[in-house]
Design a binder for this molecule. Sequence first.
Ligand code: HSE
Length: 324
Amino acid sequence: MLNLEIFQGINSRKEEKEENMKVMVKVPATTANLGPGFDALGLALNLWNETTFTTTDDKQITVTVEGEGAASLPGDANNAIVDAALGIFDRAGKTCTGMKIHCLNRIPLSSGLGSSSAAFLTGMMGANALLNSPFTDEEILRIAIETEGHPDNVAPAMLGGLVASIVYEDRVISMKLPARANRSPIHVTIVLPDFDFPTKQARAILPKQVDRKDAIYNISRAVLVTEALRTGDLDLLGKVMTDALHQPYRIPLIPGAKAAMDAARNAGTSAIALSGAGPSLIAFSSKENPAVGAAMKHAFEQAGLSSRVFELSTSYEGAEVSIL
Ligand code: HSE
């Protein structure tokens, strides 16, 4: 349990008023890149953080966390949900009179499954709902993308399904694409090794310039990744969900990752990639096959890393807010 008191020093905690507003925000995990779609493609997954916000008038912000990150999330204003929520109050020209935030976190932190995007969106959508929605969903998405710095987790977390994003002039256009993953979920196995590989580091090690042949390799495959997901052709996905721009630099830095990818293919997965910037790997299969996760886990063990296996599916639905 994390207790965060932002307005310490301002006393006189009052009883919560009955009319205090309560909202719940649900945001899914996401997998970004899908191999060649670096910083452009992302897909929502059926693993959800659920966060309730209750307004108070005691000038205090209290955050309690259960599940992922309960022991490690920062106990100060660096808490990403609080920071994002207060940012929305600021933009709306409003002062927060106090709130209680309770997080049920299922998305593992620093895993390549979009936990930071989920936190930004959660804070922004929760605050926006408490303020009776001064911002549209599109505006919230734009603010969240600005905060995150790249759109490929935030956009599918908000919109659900398979989403492609581009930067057009100085703004991001994100579009939900038709995908079989949208109509009937595809099974995915995520294996998350116990290895610290922060996104900042995983981005810093990438070359600033790329070879033309690598650009062509990715452009051609990224188009066919969307086609494979549109038709649900997992054999095609296996041929095209490979990459020349980021995986060759990142995978060697994650002990056992290359062996785990080979093991997954041998165990029968159709397609496998680094999930986002890693360290988790995502394998697509036509149905749940425990041998895939077991083989990957074993490969990480051989490299000295324990790991967790998540059997999930793709999600057509994106983030949602309910007034309780
Ligand atoms: N596209 C981003 C990257 C995703 O690969 O760095 C990070 O979550």
